[in-house]
Ligand binder design. Structure first.
Ligand code: NAI
Ligand SMILES: N[C@@H](CC=O)C(=O)O
Length: 348
């Protein structure tokens, strides 16, 4: 039976959880899915890098001490990302480093190095997909490998693949949705009486927030997701500058309480719409929606997006929008999709 060798670039919440899933459910996955998974390389800013073509001991990697690095286990203190990505024997590179909402780097380079060296990539990192998506997809196609990124929007909820496959034959002329788990969680906690900073700390502890939570609160994260959905699903050709962006940082508990007294609830909404002349307008802003609105009841880190289609009218997809396990599952679902689509070129 086929075994895919993986390189994990970034060993934080998401890729560690993927490693845990492989360690604890690997045998079951093998029999259920028809392939096995083995980790042959890991890089991380704190830990450095470790490459072992015969397979890394995942328990060791997960339990490495606070004062240790991979240098204490036969690896290096340095990430050596380019050398590791280009020359390791992985078939698939799982990119889960920090999202950079400005230019997507260094994750764009990580993805490019992998695709150039004939390796498939799955990523939960929104930067490369939003800011360099078409270029990287073309590079993947040119090299006969896969570039999958389901976790970049709504974590493990399969919104991109679902819409691409199951909305075939429909025209989508717009969408609106709650696309950030942290800000939605924070708004809910503020409605229960918590202040903004305390609510953000909870979202960080739960693994929802970006490394810099300003990306969640100021709307930059939703802006990337709107860009991804607009270009991937609406066939738009827009850039980051075309997506207006306002966050929730100016909302106070008083604003939230006043809205509640009027039967309204604040939500951070990302949307895009194609006008009759074909132009697509897109943006992110906080909106006080009536409680009867379809997005008003979406709570916690749950996300939801309602697509406006020609033959079905509005179709809403809802599910987890953040979380380590949910997002690690997105990577697994990308690997499953690669396995089902066509051969994944091997590097062993
Ligand atoms: N946690 C979540 O709910 C979701 C996260 N994402 C995205 O997935 C990615 C990973 O998220 P988390 O694991 O939660 O983040 P995290 O902050 O827990 O982990 C990121 C890891 O990447 C490492 N890293 C950063 N730059 C690096 C570099 N140049 N080379 C090697 N390692 C590097 C860091 O040391 C850290 O351990 C982020 O881009 C995030 O936006 C996407 C959907 C949901
Ligand atoms: N920080 C993000 C994680 C997923 O993209 C969020 O809270 O939605």
């Amino acid at each position: 039976m086929k075994t895919y060798d993986l390189a994990l670039i970034g060993f934080g919440g998401v890729n560690r959880t993927l490693a845990e899933i492989i360690a604890t459910r690997g045998d079951a996955l093998h029999s259920e899915l028809g392939f096995g998974l083995r980790v042959v390389a890991i890089t991380d800013l704190r830990l450095g890098s470790l490459v072992q073509a015969e397979g890394i001991d995942i328990d060791m990697a997960l339990n490495i001490g606070a004062n240790e690095t991979f240098a204490d286990h036969g690896g290096s203190r340095d990430t050596n990302n380019e050398a590791v990505i280009r020359s390791c024997t992985a078939d698939i590179v799982c990119e889960a480093t920090f999202t950079n909402p400005d230019d997507g780097e260094p994750a764009v380079s990580h993805v490019r190095w992998a695709l150039e060296s004939g390796k498939s990539v799955c990523t939960t990192n929104k930067g490369p997909v939003a800011l360099r998506g078409p270029e990287l997809s073309a590079l993947a196609a040119g090299n006969g490998v896969h570039f999958e990124f389901e976790g970049a929007v709504m974590s493990g909820t399969p919104v991109i693949r679902l819409a691409k496959k199951m909305f075939a034959g429909l025209k989508i002329d717009g969408f609106e949705g709650i696309l950030n788990g942290t800000s939605n969680y924070v708004l809910g906690r503020m409605e229960s009486g918590l202040d903004l900073d305390a609510a953000i700390r909870e979202a960080q502890d739960l693994g929802y927030a970006e490394a810099n939570p300003a990306a969640d609160i100021e709307g930059y994260d939703v802006r990337l997701k709107v860009l991804i959905l607009a270009n991937q699903l609406l066939g738009a050709d827009i850039t980051l500058q075309d997506v207006s962006c306002e966050g929730i940082s100016s909302l106070t508990r008083d604003d939230i309480e006043q809205a509640a007294r009027k039967g309204l609830r604040w939500k951070l909404i990302g949307s895009a719409k194609r006008s009759k002349n074909g132009a697509v307008t897109a943006g992110v802003k906080a909106v006080a929606v009536p409680l009867a609105h379809e997005l008003a009841g979406i709570s916690g880190a749950t996300n939801a997006v309602s697509f406006n289609t020609d033959l079905l009218g509005p179709v809403m997809v809802s599910g987890p929008g953040a979380g380590r396990v949910e997002t690690a599952y997105a990577l697994l679902s990308d690997i499953i999709a690669m396995h089902h689509t066509s051969e994944v070129p091997s590097h062993a």
